[in-house]
Design a protein around this ligand. Structure first.
Ligand SMILES: Nc1nc2c(ncn2[C@@H]2O[C@H](COP(=O)(O)OP(=O)(O)OP(=O)(O)O)[C@@H](O)[C@H]2O)c(=O)[nH]1
Ligand SMILES: [Mg+2]
Length: 490
């Protein structure tokens, strides 16, 4: 089976204990498994799925007989009873048999589509486990079906992750980009990059064997030009992946400022609902109020906090401590001010405590009470941190769209980006590491032939990083983490 071949090549461990663990894992990775594949709760239909693993057809045939009383034609929908051990129907539904390798997991798979009640599905599941006891059928772990699909070369790792992301996607844009990753767009781009790196590596490695020709090599083979093109392409993939990661993770936006400046009003205006209590009394908000809103499909986790001031009130003090905690964790801080007073001393001391490097948007609120017009201006931040000022009114809604626009800009969102794939932080880290390896390779190339072996080494490292995205050289630990975050039955 091709999957096993890849497994051995990609995961052969160095020391003996890991060697043993490796074979144990191979063994459990081919256990027959079963799970309810549909969401918990009540629904029109519910699906119980069995992947037969190493037990194969020898188990699938008697199992079909036991569960449905008949032999099922491959890939045909048959309307059958689902039988208990006494031969009585627990339910009736559609049974589908997918012989290997033409199934989701690449193994022999049996799917029972019954009615979607939690108890009836539990009964069918239990019946499967009882009937399959003879050949070691067990309950699947989270993500185990997809893990099989990966091990059997049905999906690569980036595609397998896209399955989970598609299930979890909370916006249309996230669904579309997870779909692109699942369909293989991201993996294809990564493979294309790997191919180019390999071509360059072959040239370099060949030259290393003939040291006297090294000097000519970089010129003759246009190694620098090739490397530059790879770097350009990688930068493009990284920027699309960054957009995708944004769709998946969103941005945490904290509203901070003195009491009564209109933080809760702004949260309500952004969310379009009366979520937080608004009163003219300073110190209204004591505890944080969080709401996720969508702006062009990007989830913004907006957090309203207690107003910052000196206080003797015990409860308010705790609230203010929490505000500072939220500010430390923020991706963006909205520093709210009352447009009538502008930046006061207290605001300056608040701003001085903001963490460095976090983008700050100064929001001049209540412009309706002044002659200040809604607008945006860029300001010089400290260091390279982003700082701008948005003038608006949370009460009338004037200028709110400008704030949304600024948040998208800070997030790095490019409107109308069609070719986004839903990437994860893990992918970004690998892409950035590969980018750094290629940058170092370019540096070595500039130092000419003395550094040719270092040039080759950086290319090798870059290739390893890229391969980790699609799972060609991924450690078992990482696989465990990735698949354990799936739901059971997927
Ligand atoms: N005219 C006007 N009033 C506003 C605006 N935004 C907020 N207010 C008023 O200002 C008062 C305080 O608003 P809140 O949203 O509760 O202020 P806050 O910053 O959350 O206050 P704390 O929770 O006490 O820190 C309320 O009476 C609001 O109606 C605005 O844009 N224009
Ligand atoms: Mg408030």
């Amino acid at each position: 089976m091709p999957g096993v071949r890849r497994t051995v090549r990609a995961r052969f461990p160095a020391d003996f204990s890991r060697f043993l663990a490796f074979f144990t894992m191979l063994a459990t990775d081919s256990d027959p498994i079963v799970a309810i594949a549909t969401a918990p709760g009540r629904g029109g239909i519910g699906v119980v799925r069995i992947s037969f693993g190493r037990a194969g057809e020898a188990a699938a045939q008697p199992m079909m007989q036991a569960l449905t009383g008949q032999t099922l034609a491959p890939r045909h929908a048959s309307y059958v009873p689902f039988l208990d051990d006494g031969g009585n129907a627990l339910d009736r539904g559609i049974a589908l048999y997918f012989p290997a390798p033409h199934s989701y997991t690449g193994e022999h798979v049996l799917e029972l589509q019954g009615h979607g009640g939690p108890i009836v599905l539990q009964l069918i599941l239990q019946r499967c486990i009882d009937a399959g006891r003879a050949f070691g059928l067990r309950l699947a772990e989270p993500g185990e079906f997809t893990r099989r699909a990966f091990l059997n070369d049905k999906l690569d790792l980036a595609q397998a992750e896209a399955v989970a992301d598609l299930i979890e996607a909370s916006t249309e844009a996230a669904v579309r980009s997870a779909g692109r990753s699942l369909e293989g767009a991201f993996s294809r781009d990564i493979h294309a990059l790997v191919e180019e790196v390999i071509t360059l590596r072959m040239l370099v490695e060949a030259t290393l064997d003939f040291p006297e020709e090294e000097i000519d090599f970089l010129e003759a083979a246009d190694a620098r030009g090739k490397l530059a093109r790879i770097r350009e392409r990688l930068a493009l993939v990284l920027s699309e992946a960054r957009q995708g990661a944004l769709l998946r993770e969103g941005l945490s936006v904290v509203l901070a400022g003195q009491p009564n400046v209109g933080k809760s009003s702004l949260l309500n205006a952004l969310a379009g609902a009366e979520l937080a209590i608004v009163t003219p009394i300073a110190g209204t908000t004591r505890d944080k109020v969080a709401q996720t809103i969508q702006v062009e499909g990007i989830p913004l986790h907006v957090i309203d906090t207690a107003g910052l001031r000196e206080t003797e009130d015990e409860v308010e003090k705790i609230g203010i401590e929490r505000t500072w905690g939220e500010i430390q964790r923020a991706d963006v801080v909205l520093h709210l001010l009352d447009a009538r007073s502008g930046v006061t001393r207290d605001d300056e001391s608040i701003a001085a405590r903001f963490p460095s490097g976090v983008p700050i948007v100064r929001v001049l609120n209540k412009t309706d009470l002044t002659d200040v017009a809604p607008g945006v201006i860029g300001l010089n931040g400290i260091g390279d941190a982003d700082l701008c000022e948005v003038r608006l009114s949370a009460k009338t809604g004037n200028g709110i769209h400008l704030l949304r626009g600024e948040l998208l800009r800070i997030a790095g969102w490019q409107a109308g980006a069609e070719s986004v794939y839903l990437a994860r932080e893990r992918h970004l880290i690998a892409l950035r590491a590969a980018q750094e390896n290629l940058r170092l390779a370019a540096e070595h190339a500039d130092q000419n032939s003395q550094a040719l072996d270092l040039f080759a080494e950086e290319l090798r490292l870059a290739q390893e990083q890229l391969n980790s995205i699609t799972g060609e050289f991924t450690s078992d630990d990482l696989l465990g983490v990735i698949f354990s975050r799936f739901c059971i039955g997927k």
